[in-house]
Design a protein around this ligand. Sequence first.
Ligand code: 5RP
Length: 290
Amino acid sequence: MPDLDAAKDAKKFYEDVPMVTPGFFLKGSGALDWGMKNRLARIFSPESGRTVMLAIDHGYFQGPTTGLERIDLNIVPLIPYCDALMLTRGILRTTIAPAYQKPIVIRASGGPSVLKELSNEELAIDIEDVARLNVSMMAIQVFVGGEFETRSVHNMTRLVDMGLRYGIPVMAVTAVGREMVRDAKYFRLACRMCAELGAHVIKTYYVPEGFDTITASCPVPIVMAGGKKLPELDALTMAYNAVQEGASGVDMGRNIFQSDAPVAMIQAVRGVVHKNMKPAEALELYKSLR
Ligand code: 5RP
């Protein structure tokens, strides 16, 4: 019988004991090839071990999202403050200057729109185009528990195989269906499955109870997804708690670009992620910059 993870109390996560990774600064990444490590070291700061990724790929399934109506006007001014940009190849080729110097995290899955079943995705880019675009990491949704769970997991494993051939890491995004419970038990399952099946980085949501058990039981770096727009202090607090509880940074979208002052907000998030700034202090920074 499979262990359905009923009794968290019976498990030992050793949340206070960091995993040791000889040979590299990123958790679980010590045995990767040089190209993979070099790409990851462009995304994650070797000094802090963390990243502030700016996610602007929402249009791939929901069209011109609030705050992303004009990426040339709304997002380009934020670029100097992010460590990496997560986006689609369409926006990259049309709207981002080729002289852009920072790492690209490319959206590699797609298919259904918000009008349909979202888990019914396919791979949406060829590895040769990923290489042509000088991409540092590929991102793909994995719908654990979703209607097309197996397909999305298989998409990820195929992408991992392609990425291994070219030295390009894969970030699995643990997508949650509308009706699904978002708790530590679910995200431990989803994150661990993605890591076991080869993902190099996992993007997942913050949960107030037991987030440290999700990071502790996942052998690769986790970055926190932002989710729906929150008041600035709440978003900064969530990012602070996530990194203090073991996340290797954030991949935030709406809580930055839907803020009243996105340029100030991304700098406040940087303070929390790279300098361990407390949320109240980061909020003061936000207010002083806005
Ligand atoms: C879509 C994604 C998005 O990039 C990301 O989750 C959106 O960022 P945010 O939730 O912070 O607006 O992976 O599922």
